[in-house]
Write a protein that binds this ligand. Structure first.
Ligand SMILES: Cc1ncc(COP(=O)(O)O)c(C=O)c1O
Length: 460
């Protein structure tokens, strides 16, 4: 069967029946193959390559297919369903809008939008006075790019330079790809933005970055300015950074980010965080940047903003957010009453319902379990990174070579045993259960992972 990376030949697997997992068919389920085939026939292959599970229902921290199989979900789809799959409060809020009915309003005012935006700017730190609602994360990072450049023009800067980081990723549209690192993904554009610059990332395995993180930033900044003839005060207008580097949940050292902030303040640059994966409770704080002790000017969010409906947003100060003139920035489906109602319910669940306050303790359990796995396999499992209910396992061989094939096999085998993991296609596996996961379900998932890692390393 074409259009996929994983085997689509049904395999008889041992039956699993626990409190949280059921596997009772061959996998992939033979009856699911026509559905997969329909997608491979009719849809761009760019959407394919995923584990061959056809989702039928998802509730809380479990995913069900139509043939009686149930998985513990360590993905939250892709860091989206933070409040849990099919969260009842979110569904109730959607149903209330559907029953009116009110499906769409474009930029005509609705109470749903007013109530959501007001709550959003109330519960977020004081510098975020206004929000811009969008549908996709890539729109949010593009919006921040535009705001930085409008601010550069207003401030009379000579060049609208933006600093970004090696290895970061900000979305698939053109501006977002320019901000992102991956040079191969930008080839289709045919040219590079001469005012977007990338600085080296302080990876934990870079000795010179770890021994003096602030100095590492300052030295690389000095090199960049010398190589490009830049005066930071007149030729740069902003910094865009992923709160942690996505593929491997790689956080920056705190003092590194604080040095970036000092640089921004000194040279009058806007500091923006791409909180797509980090936002809305994932790391144990409402936003991931809060671990760094800095105060960004702009936040770009999406994914977990409404735990399952397409809501993205940018938050910032009044002056910056009002730079685009009336009508000069909008998006047809943004501010949809349904997504606003869901966004408000999402905030209620995380903040008033206490879901956010569970994350730290659950995160301690998660990271403790992952470190136990690492202790068993030090020559394969090079790093366990992340915070809160977000983790990445990075598999390298003893010479530091990436073991991406091993990661593929671990994801596939975990799926056969009733556990879904985030498959990155690289030498990392990411883990991000919904924040509502029960402690014993988290432990059960960790035990499955431990056995799968052991078996797949033994087989390799
Ligand atoms: C860090 C980061 N920024 C931006 C995006 C783009 O978001 P979207 O796919 O909603 O456009 C993603 C999505 O994976 C992301 O992880």
């Amino acid at each position: 069967m074409a259009g996929h990376g994983f085997s689509h030949t049904p395999v008889e697997v041992p039956a699993v029946r626990t409190r949280y997992r059921t596997i009772q068919t061959a996998l992939p389920v033979p009856e699911s193959l026509p559905i997969l085939q329909k997608l491979y026939d009719c849809e761009s292959r760019s959407m394919h390559g995923q584990l061959p599970v056809v989702w039928d229902r998802a509730e809380g921290f479990q995913v069900h297919d139509a043939w009686g199989n149930t998985w513990i979900d360590f993905t939250s789809t892709i860091f989206v369903t933070n409040a849990g799959h099919g969260n009842a409060e979110i569904i109730d809020s959607l149903q209330a809008v559907l029953r009116k009915p009110l499906l769409h309003s474009y930029t005509y005012a609705t109470k749903e939008r007013a109530d959501y935006i007001e709550r959003l700017v109330t519960v977020t730190p004081a510098q975020f006075e206004k929000a811009f609602l969008l549908s996709a994360g890539t729109e949010a990072t593009e919006c921040a790019l535009k705001l930085m450049r409008l601010q550069a023009a207003k401030a009379g800067k000579k060049r609208p330079g933006i600093l970004c980081f090696e290895g970061n990723w900000h979305g698939r549209t053109m501006g977002a790809q320019m901000l992102s690192w991956n040079p191969a993904q930008k080839e289709w554009i045919g040219f590079l933005d001469p005012n977007i610059f990338h600085l080296p990332f302080p990876y934990p395995w870079r000795e010179e970055a770890m021994s003096d993180p602030a100095g590492y930033f300052e030295r690389s900044m000095a090199v960049l300015c010398a190589e490009n003839g830049l005066d930071p005060s007149t030729d740069l207008c902003g910094v865009m950074m992923e709160t942690f580097q996505g593929w491997g949940a790689v956080f920056y050292p705190e003092v590194f980010v604080q040095a970036v902030e000092r640089f921004c303040r000194k040279h009058d640059l806007l500091l923006a965080f791409d909180e797509m994966q980090a936002g809305f409770g994932r790391t144990g704080r409402l936003f991931g940047y809060m671990h760094y002790g800095v105060e960004p000017d702009l936040l770009c969010c999406g994914k977990g903003a409404a735990s399952g409906v397409p809501l993205a947003l940018v938050l910032g100060g009044r002056e910056i957010m009002d730079l685009p003139d009336i009508g000069s920035m909008s998006s047809t489906h943004s501010a949809n009453p349904l997504v606003c109602a869901a966004g408000l319910a999402n905030l209620n669940v995380l903040l008033d319902g206490g879901m956010l306050s569970r994350v730290e303790e659950l995160g301690t359990r998660l990271h403790g379990g992952l470190r136990d796995i690492q202790r068993d396999h030090p020559s394969h499992l090079a790093h366990v990174l992340g915070r809160g209910l977000l983790a990445a396992l990075i598999f390298n061989d003893p010479e530091g070579r990436p073991l991406s094939g091993l990661c593929d096999r671990i994801c596939e085998e975990a799926m056969r045993r009733g556990l879904l993991l985030v498959h990155t296609g690289r030498e990392s596996i990411k883990i991000a259960p919904p924040l509502c996961i029960e402690p014993d379900a988290l432990s059960e998932g960790l035990q499955v992972l431990r056995e799968v890692v052991r078996d797949e390393i033994a087989r390799s």
